[in-house]
Design a protein around this ligand. Structure first.
Ligand code: ADP
Ligand code: MG
Ligand code: MG
Length: 281
């Protein structure tokens, strides 16, 4: 679903990413762990297309289509299918279904099925959560060639997701994230993800600052929304604790702008035990 090859990127003329190579198949959850300043957030920003993050070398290709079962690895087993197909208008279109992600605008990436969750979710005064989510969902549906949802259908969906993820449905009426606590912002982010139903979610430090209940909600959200054969997750986290709730198929250690080690879930435990310095050396 995602193929990152030899990705180099700089910010303000400073080289931050120095050759990241990573492949994510449908159905897989990958964790990127690493010390502060390793380039974890930079990786998320580059994949999301944030201005100011300049790619100087390498490629990123994204194939959000539903794939044939023999390509699917991992524990996922049920309910593939819904919403497949290559988005028609995306600029990165290529014949084999692989999109040139770096050639696409951020909104095109989102419409193609990429979801980004950030460490510090933005507040949007004056725009209600419901308005924001409906726009976001309908943009993605348009990208898939589907009709927009009616207001009634949308509100039903949003309420169901809020209930599922422990967010007071009244918060859906409030301006996006304005005055939300840290935990509420993260629950809200999970509700966004549940409504949008992305193909690939990149979640940057989505566990930071959460109490144990919010952490469980986030874990439950990731598992129920994204653990499917046609979806995948790149989970960026400094700490192992979220991985108690979301079991990754692969763990990668990022240090100094490079992936210095990859392994299974046991690598996260080794990091927790021995520290980054020992493992990334
Ligand atoms: P992580 O998320 O792994 O903690 P970041 O991707 O945030 O790391 O940062 C990686 C490196 O890039 C750090 O050394 C940081 O200081 C540097 N960096 C991030 N943003 C900028 C910027 N706007 N200008 C210069 N350096 C930056
Ligand atoms: Mg940091
Ligand atoms: Mg970071």
């Amino acid at each position: 679903m995602l193929k990152i090859e030899n990705l180099h990127a700089e910010v303000d003329g400073k080289a931050i990413l120095k050759g990241i190579t990573l492949a994510i198949n449908p159905g897989e959850i990958h964790a990127i762990m690493g010390p502060n300043g390793a380039g974890k957030s930079t990786t998320a920003y580059v994949l999301g297309g944030r201005p100011g993050y300049e790619v100087t070398e390498g490629t990123v290709r994204f194939r959000p289509t539903t794939v044939t079962p023999d390509l699917i690895r991992g524990p996922a087993s049920s309910s593939a299918g819904q919403g497949s197909g290559t988005p028609g208008q995306a600029r990165g279109d290529e014949e084999d279904g692989w999109l040139d992600l770096l050639a696409m605008e951020p909104h095109e990436r989102a419409a193609a099925g990429l979801f980004l969750g950030f460490q510090y979710p933005v507040e949007i005064p004056g725009v209600s959560n419901l308005q924001f989510l409906r726009e976001a969902l309908n943009a993605q549906r348009k990208g898939r060639g589907e009709e927009p949802l009616s207001g009634g259908e949308f509100i039903k969906l949003a309420r169901a997701q809020a209930n599922e993820l422990g967010l007071d449905p009244e918060m859906l009426k409030r301006p996006v994230n304005v005055g939300f606590s840290g935990g509420e912002k993260k629950r809200n982010e999970m509700v966004q993800m549940g409504i949008i139903g992305p193909k690939l979610a990149i979640l940057d430090e989505t566990d930071s600052g959460l109490d144990i209940d919010a952490l469980k909600t986030v874990g439950h959200g990731i598992n129920t929304i994204m653990r499917r054969p046609d979806r995948a997750v790149l989970l960026i986290t400094h700490y192992q604790r979220l991985l108690d709730y979301v079991k990754p198929d692969f763990v990668h250690v990022l240090a100094g702008g490079r992936i210095v080690r990859s392994g299974g879930p046991e690598l996260a435990l080794e990091l927790e035990r021995e520290g980054y310095a020992a493992v990334a050396a």
